[in-house]
Design a protein around this ligand. Structure first.
Ligand SMILES: *Cc1c(COP(=O)(O)O)cnc(C)c1O
Length: 443
């Protein structure tokens, strides 16, 4: 007697497509995604990894778990404020509202009163100028790197960018400013030595071939010892005397000085010191969406805005909306986390430590995002077994702790206080799972 090939019992696509759960899922997911989920379950059954009778069930479960986006929110328990791998700056409530409002049709390039086209992103521009009155004009582009490419292309393509050797930095993931600048067709004219550059080095380099002078804040490292750099103020007199525009890439981009970060450059000071254009990122210390800010002299900003490349690097309406709301709204999470009060952090961490019966240790947070290297942000952390880290990362909600010196450290600096209970529940669940796991498994 022939056995029925169990694979013939695998439900057919049309039958699975007719399941009520599939009808429900169509409100959230594309037909292609749904068919993919179905095909995967059928293939599993064909390979003998799933009983044919369970294919329907498996499809229902997979569809329920499937979201249109695979990005997962993460509670940042590392103490690193601008965490690149977590998307840098979390947005403020105002920025999120603005983002939602702008997600439909929105007057980003329209004057509703006149019914005519208007300057794109006028609101974001006005907010930036109000927050940084030293700037005559502002232009917002896709990110800091795009701002640098636009400035060096418009001012120096086919000519020279004069820059100190000590400032040719790699900003992360292998991206090097010198490569970026040379990709624009500008020629790098390096001056000085790695540790020391003097005003006469710049003076010797300036010539009719100079397109611009560039000063880069080497945000992610420090040179210590026998060092010397030329302050912007001195460089600006020299550049002005030679008719060369002075571009200052601040990296992180505070608009005004922050007493917590005395060595971090800011746009207001750089402009007062004579920079013609400053470049900053929207999603580092400013605490907004990904954006590149160009602030400075009217005629230079106009020159950049007119360049054809400006269109290729323009900011989208969502970034413009969130940026304006970040600058005009109350302090965003990055600023709050940076300035978090030590006693508050201790009180919150202690409450969790007591509830969990685990130790509390002093722990320094960091600015992150390549900003203010070596500046410790004194705070506290829960000290947990190292093996907990993977369970926290893969739990619900996902929590990213810091793994250091054989411990899993949970720092609440970047966790909104209203989420402390969620962190507590996540750690509890992870501790329970660790207890259940065979010894060493999660280590
Ligand atoms: C981060 C950084 C950039 C690049 O900015 P993005 O917004 O990441 O593109 C450029 N220059 C410096 C000095 C930086 O620190």
């Amino acid at each position: 007697m022939d056995d029925v090939d169990p694979r013939r019992l695998i439900p057919r696509t049309n039958d699975l497509l007719a399941l009520p759960a599939v009808h429900e899922a169509r409100k959230r997911l594309s037909e292609r995604v749904i068919r993919d989920v179905i095909r995967k379950a059928q293939e599993q059954a064909r390979r003998g990894e799933l009983e044919p009778g369970r294919v329907g069930q498996s499809v229902v479960a997979a569809l329920a778990a499937r979201r249109a986006t695979t990005l997962r929110p993460v509670l940042n328990a590392t103490g690193v404020v601008v965490h690149t791998n977590l998307g840098r700056a979390p947005l403020s409530a105002q920025a999120i509202d603005a983002l939602l409002a702008a997600s439909g049709y929105v007057d980003v390039e329209l004057d509703l009163a006149e019914g005519t086209r208007s300057r794109r992103g006028a609101g974001a521009r006005a907010a930036l100028l109000a927050a940084c009155p030293a700037a005559e004009d502002a232009l917002v582009v896709n990110n800091g790197a795009a701002a640098l490419v636009l400035a060096t292309t418009a001012l120096a393509a086919g000519r020279e960018v004069v820059v100190s050797r000590g400032e040719l930095v790699e900003i992360g993931a292998g991206f090097r400013l010198p490569d970026l600048i040379e990709s624009t067709g500008a020629v790098l004219h390096e001056v000085g030595a790695t540790n020391r550059t003097h005003l006469h080095d710049y003076a010797d380099a300036l010539s009719p071939e100079t397109g611009c002078v560039l000063k880069v804040h080497p945000s992610n490292f420090r040179v210590e010892g026998f060092t010397s750099a030329v302050p912007l103020r001195e460089l600006s007199s020299l550049a002005a005397a030679n008719g060369a525009p002075l571009v200052a890439d601040l990296g992180s981009g505070l608009l005004a000085p922050d007493p917590c970060l005395p060595h971090e450059p800011d746009a207001a000071t750089a402009l007062a010191d004579g920079a013609d254009v400053v470049i900053a990122s929207g999603d580092k210390l400013l605490g907004g969406p990904q954006a590149g800010l160009l602030l400075g002299r009217r005629e230079i900003i106009a020159r950049l805005a007119r360049h054809p490349l400006a269109r290729a690097v323009r900011a989208d309406k969502l970034a413009l909306a969130a940026l304006e709301a970040t600058v005009a709204g109350d302090p965003p999470p990055v600023v709050r986390s940076l300035h978090a009060d030590g006693r508050d952090l201790r009180r919150r961490t202690e409450a969790l430590a007591q509830a969990l019966g685990v130790p509390l240790v002093p722990h320094d947070g960091r600015v992150g995002g390549g900003g203010a290297p070596g500046v410790p942000l004194a705070g506290w952390a829960l000290r947990l077994p190292e093996g907990l880290a993977v369970l926290l990362r893969t739990g619900e909600p996902a929590v990213l702790p810091r793994v250091h010196d054989g411990s899993c450290l949970v720092d609440l600096r970047c966790v909104p206080e209203e989420d402390d209970e969620r962190v507590l529940a996540a750690v509890r669940q992870a501790l329970a799972a660790l207890d259940d796991a065979p010894a060493g498994r999660a280590g």
